[in-house]
Design a protein around this ligand. Structure first.
Ligand code: ATP
Ligand code: MG
Length: 444
């Protein structure tokens, strides 16, 4: 029997185990594997070897001698979680096939015989579906690209899974701004480290296998702050964030319709996977209504949109008509809605976003408070400028996350923008040279 208070993680000899399976961790990875802390937080640069380290630590943990163990590998998207899962699967098939009990491909689930003869189960999960993160008590949890998860996913879903069995966690990521991941990282750091935490912060070039020429090429390609964040692994406040000061304008609440008031609505229609979002704003530019739904058939969607906009004094709708938007637009016209089409191109989307940036920074919008509208506030705060592989700058939701709230709000706000276009770069308050450089490139 293992005394949970003395040694919550029964350990196998990792050096020997890794040798057996043909994995040679570099010194930075070795330090992470060697730590016995309950929470390990690794903030390292791109290509440092984070995912490899996470996959191998998962495997080591699965072989710890236990009666049974439940282990999750979570990442912001299914693709990312799948990538780690595949590395684990490959090592098992190559080096440990005699330990494999079963593999359930569709569920990304693998059952192994651990060193006590017990059964350890590893499951890959995506954080973009929080419902799938309910339920089980975990012995070990890996979160890859943890800084890209919404804080709510860690605080309300994942950390709870570790309570029943006093499980441990490895959170591993490139730093991104100073959110919850930074707070967890800080807990392992002097002057007053939490005894349950260990944390590391290492740049990409501490991976000795990464050619220095590749790093120098990235340094030349990326804006300075992006390089310092992505490869230097520095926590830089607000680097890449598109919208600033969102919490300052999130002081309102949803409101019932008022007779005689004038309302406008922004409507972003679901494409393949995302949601249909309807946002209504009053003449004081306060967001008064929000609805979001998916997997409804067109007839039901139209009925829901017609119902809401009619209640709000036949709100004037601006509607995205690209892709599947057209038939709904026609349906809304037939139903007597006051609706104007807006075709999305990368340029017209950028115009919506820039207008929204200016309206937020100039405090010309009032949003519902964060506790009333968490998904709206989070989506706005998550919206990022990023540099594409082709070297151009785009703004959008981080991969695996949605942008439909931002787009619907952009469409609504477009109708209450100032008469003279205010979305020119020159009117945007200059605060972060990195953001300014990105904006200049965006509008070049
Ligand atoms: N210990 C190791 N031995 C051999 N190769 C390694 C080791 N660690 C990492 N690598 C290799 O380095 C590259 C980067 O590793 P990995 O994908 O784990 O990095 P990452 O930090 O997760 O990168 P990203 O930021 O792109 O997610 C991969 O090609 C991987 O196979
Ligand atoms: Mg990775």
């Amino acid at each position: 029997m293992i005394d949970a208070n003395k040694d919550p993680i029964p350990r196998i000899n990792r050096a020997a185990f890794f040798r057996d399976i043909g994995y040679k961790p570099h010194p930075g990875q070795r330090a992470v594997h060697a730590s016995k802390k309950r929470y390990r937080v690794v903030a390292c640069g791109s290509r440092w070897g984070k995912s490899v380290c996470a996959a191998m630590e998962t495997l080591a943990s699965a072989f710890e001698p236990r009666e049974c163990a439940m282990i999750w590998v979570v990442a912001p998207t299914y693709d990312l979680a799948d990538r780690i899962y595949r590395q684990i699967e490959l090592k098992v098939l190559e080096r440990l096939p005699h330990r494999l009990i079963a593999k359930k491909e569709a569920e990304r689930r693998i059952l192994l015989r651990n060193l006590a003869g017990g059964v350890s189960e590893i499951r890959a999960k995506s954080a973009d579906n929080p419902d799938s993160l309910l339920g089980e008590g975990l012995d070990f949890l890996v979160v890859d690209e943890a800084s890209r998860l919404r804080p709510r996913i860690w605080n309300s879903f994942l950390s709870q899974r570790l309570m029943d069995k006093r499980g441990s966690a490895l959170l591993i990521s490139t730093p991104r701004s100073k959110g919850y991941f930074y707070d967890l990282y800080r807990r392992g750091q002097p002057p007053d480290p939490d005894p349950d935490y260990a944390s590391w912060n290492m740049p990409s070039w501490s991976n000795p296998m990464l050619p220095m020429a590749d790093i120098e090429a990235e340094r030349r390609r990326l804006p300075d702050a992006a390089f310092r964040q992505e490869l230097g692994a520095e926590f830089i406040e607000g680097a890449g964030a598109v919208f600033h000061g969102i919490r300052d304008i999130a002081v309102g609440e949803f409101q019932e319709p008022v007779a005689g008031e004038r309302y406008v609505a922004g409507l972003d229609l679901a494409k393949v996977q995302d949601y249909t979002v309807l946002i209504i704003i009053n003449s004081r530019r306060e967001v008064v209504f929000y609805d979001r739904f998916h997997r409804l058939d067109w007839g039901l969607q139209t009925a829901r949109i017609v119902g809401a906009t009619s209640r709000y004094q036949r709100a004037q709708i601006l509607c995205d008509v690209t892709g599947v938007g057209d038939p709904i637009y026609e349906e809304l016209c037939r139903a007597g809605c006051r609706v104007t089409p807006y075709a999305f191109t990368s340029r017209s989307k950028s115009a919506l976003v820039e207008n929204l940036v200016v309206m937020c920074e100039q405090r010309r919008l009032v949003l519902p408070r964060a506790e009333l509208w968490p998904e709206g506030i989070e989506e706005l705060e998550d919206f990022q400028y990023s540099v594409t592989d082709a070297g151009t700058v785009r703004s959008g939701a981080p991969s695996g996350q949605h942008d439909d709230i931002v787009m619907a709000l952009g469409l609504a706000a477009w109708q209450v923008r100032a008469e003279r276009p205010q979305y020119r770069i020159s009117t945007v308050r200059r605060r972060d040279p990195h953001i300014e450089a990105l904006r200049q490139r965006l509008w070049r």
